[in-house]
Design a protein around this ligand. Sequence first.
Ligand SMILES: [Zn+2]
Length: 253
Amino acid sequence: MKTMQHLDLESRKGKAPGGYNCPLAESGAPFIFMNAAGQMGDVTTMLHEGGHAVHSFLAHPLELSGFKEYPMEIAEVASMAMELFTMDYWDTFFENTDDLRRAKEHQLERVITIFPWIAIIDKFQHWIYEHPQHTHEERTAAWVATLAEFQDDVVDYSGLESYRSNAWQRQLHLFEVPFYYIEYGIAQLGAIGMWMQYKQNPQQALDNYCTALALGATKTLPELYKTAGLDFDFSPAKIKSLMDFVDREMEKL
Ligand SMILES: [Zn+2]
């Protein structure tokens, strides 16, 4: 991709914002677009999009374009798992050992904190669409109540009420893709499951990852998860076991 100049990573004046991997149907070699800004997010975005790129390469040989239009619940397993698989090699990016440890810690915090945020957004948008006649005040009250339901009791948010009461506005999905957010949770659980396999047997995990991704969208989501060696199980007990695993990995940092 580098030789073909398919990596446009740096920010520059006039460049559009955002970051994505764009599959290219003719050559099969995708294109990664992002805006590096000298932050840790540069690394995780590039690795994340790199996971999508591997998925593009693996699914490219499939005969029909429709076979390559896989659902997000597997697409984001490819990318989110790549973020986690590569953590053992992050010393390439972070030379200072304190920075390296902080970066890994931050990554695993995100893996955990994404879940309450998904729950908040999902619950809030159900309320919005079930109450189409709601007023501005009712909406703010519903948001604040939803936030309170899932918030921690460790951080003192006092004095920030006015900011927090509008915080839903930073979630683009609420405006543009209704009911499309829970998919991130499904995929993140899959990615943690892939990482758990990787910690036990890296080669087997990578084989499962490649075999599943190479199927593109030719199988159903439960079949893709099965091929990847993942349980298609989102029960509280399963979620707890995955979270306990992440917690143990954080302890090791
Ligand atoms: Zn992605």
